[in-house]
Design a protein around this ligand. Structure first.
Ligand SMILES: Cc1cc2nc3c(=O)[nH]c(=O)nc-3n(C[C@H](O)[C@H](O)[C@H](O)COP(=O)(O)O)c2cc1C
Length: 173
């Protein structure tokens, strides 16, 4: 696990190589094994591999979702907010589980934040995706993950660059 964490970096450039059905199945299994508060599993995952929909997903926000255009796969991490008051946490955990599973399969990924972000001056990024993916109204969108074979190399953050001053023992001071 520590090796996975060392190697995980946000990958926003992908080759045109398809992700195998076996790898997609492993990612699905990992997502469905994510822990959730009270085991309520409020999440819903929409896998998108249609290039036209991926293209539209890439304009969900003015900045920060462009990389979805060339991803062979995107996963919208959504939730039924009526099932849990901590669906944001549940979705976030599922999303990182998916991202780490992607690394374990030799894939790269990046998170595009959707919740609390704008598509334009009026429409929210969430509203845009709700319409694009035909989501029922009670289904919220936390993020969209772009996943694919990396077409950029990113080195692990060196151990000496880790922010050790963020670690405290027992008391703040
Ligand atoms: C909650 C969250 C939201 C993020 N939103 C975006 C985003 O909208 N667009 C994007 O390109 N990257 C996004 N990222 C990726 C971060 O920019 C990235 O994780 C950070 O710069 C550290 O780089 P690394 O992942 O390579 O270690 C997000 C990451 C997290 C955890």
């Amino acid at each position: 696990m520590i090796e996975l964490l060392r190697n995980r970096r946000s990958i926003r450039k992908f080759t045109s190589k398809k992700i195998t059905p076996e790898a997609i199945e492993t990612i699905i299994e990992a997502a469905l094994r994510a822990p959730s508060s009270r085991g309520r599993n409020p999440w819903e995952f929409i896998l998108v591999d249609d290039p036209q929909i991926l293209d539209k997903l890439s304009t969900s926000k003015q900045h920060g979702s462009e990389f979805l255009k060339n991803a062979p796969l995107a996963i919208a991490v959504c939730a039924d907010s009526t099932k849990s008051d901590v669906w944001v946490e549940d979705c976030s955990i599922a999303a990182i589980v998916i991202q780490l599973t992607a690394v374990s399969l030799g894939l790269g990924s990046c998170w595009a934040q959707i919740r609390d972000r704008q598509h334009g001056s009026v429409l929210t990024a969430e509203g845009y995706i709700q319409e694009l993916l035909a989501l029922p109204e009670h289904i919220k969108v936390e993020c969209v993950l772009g996943i694919g074979h990396p077409d950029e190399e990113k080195l692990p953050v060196p151990a000496e660059k880790l922010q050790r001053d963020k670690i405290r023992y027992n008391l703040w001071t």
